[in-house]
Design a protein around this ligand. Structure first.
Ligand SMILES: *Cc1c(COP(=O)(O)O)cnc(C)c1O
Length: 350
């Protein structure tokens, strides 16, 4: 705190990201990064782009990447918005589309950045409790609101909401923007992007950080009606003309074009998730059904905070949230088979 801070800054409550340890020997299962590297074609495209042209600004509209995304999802380029990670895309969505008189609705257990953006942009919200099995009930979202946002699959639970249920929420809220944050959809769900032409109130966000192994590149996107996209472009062009650099533009496009590598790595993560779930269940853990690249689990006989601390002593880091309803859960990212084995071994030691 300093006398130079504005009252606004004094009152901000920033998001706290998972630890990015400087030690490299840790088994890092705390921030849902992909255990496999990016597509070799994406890496090659970025290497080619490392040249004298870096003295020039990148394409402010990222047309190359926009058309790769549009091609991939079978939509028009003017239905695609891009940003510096989906966190930035979400920030612009909160700022431009979710700031209304009525409160924004999102699940009580959800991505903890949502309330932070509400604080940043002065948006009132109403946290809607998940049911006893930590699922979203669409009926709970049929009430007055100034917008709706939820991750699907949800984070940190990993639970998937069926597409019909997403559609139910869209139908009940024709006058609100409904944002489906699909950061983890490629690990077991079906994207709602197929619905954007029928629902002008639907906005779907995705990221290249998880299923496309490019968390270090910072690329995120939104797909929706051109009117929604235009609102986001207006915010973006009032904030930063070049959120995606030259490497992100070509690397992102090549990653979308390399479907084969994407399919293979997603399949492996899903396969290994099922192995981790079976191993944890054999140790007495209760594991919520996951459609993501992480699992959310609790053990009836062990305190989650203690488990997380002891795992860390053994060189395995997982995520623990202090929030009341989920304080006994651990969120564990799916790693390589070796990393997953290290996790199970470390738990065995305990
Ligand atoms: C990881 C994550 C994001 C942000 O992804 P970036 O593109 O890396 O900013 C957004 N929403 C949820 C639910 C996430 O877990």
């Amino acid at each position: 705190m300093s006398k130079f801070w504005s009252p606004f800054v004094k009152n901000l409550v920033p998001y706290v990201p998972g630890e990015q340890p400087k030690l490299t020997r840790l088994v890092k299962l705390n921030t849902n990064e992909n255990p496999y590297g990016p597509s070799p074609k994406a890496l090659a495209a970025m290497q080619t782009e490392l040249n004298d042209n870096l003295r020039l600004y990148p394409d402010p509209n990222s047309d190359l990447l926009k058309s790769a995304v549009a091609r991939y999802y079978g939509v028009q380029a003017n239905q695609v918005f891009l940003g510096n990670g989906s966190d930035e895309v979400l920030a612009h969505i909160f700022h431009g589309l979710l700031q209304h008189d009525q409160p924004l609705l999102f699940p009580d257990i959800s991505y903890s950045f949502y309330p932070v953006y509400c604080g940043l942009y002065g948006i009132q919200f109403d946290a809607v409790p998940l049911d006893e099995q930590f699922r979203i009930d669409p009926a709970d979202y049929a009430k007055p609101n100034g917008g709706i946002i939820f991750p699907n699959p949800n984070a940190p639970t990993g639970c998937l909401l069926a597409l019909e249920a997403v559609e139910q929420i869209l139908k009940a809220n024709p006058d609100s923007v409904v944002v489906v944050d699909e950061a983890y959809i490629d690990f077991g769900g079906e994207t709602a992007i197929g619905l954007v032409d029928r629902y002008p109130n639907l906005l779907v966000t995705q990221t290249l950080s998880k299923s496309r192994s490019l968390a270090g590149l910072r690329v995120g996107l939104a797909v929706g009606h051109p009117d929604l996209i235009e609102a986001l472009e207006r915010i973006k062009n009032s904030f930063n003309s070049y959120p995606l650099d030259r490497l992100a533009n070509v690397g992102g496009a090549a990653a979308f074009d390399d479907r084969e590598y994407f399919d293979k790595t997603c399949r492996l993560v899903i396969e290994h998730r099922e192995w981790v779930v079976a191993q944890l269940q054999a140790k007495g853990f209760e594991v919520l059904p996951s459609a993501a690249n992480f699992i959310f689990a609790r053990h009836p006989g062990h305190d989650a905070a203690v488990l997380a601390a002891k795992l860390r002593e053994q060189g395995v880091i997982v995520r623990h949230f202090k929030q009341e309803r989920i304080a006994q859960f651990l969120r564990i990212s799916i790693g390589t088979p070796e990393q997953n084995q290290a996790l199970i071994d470390a738990l065995g030691e305990l």
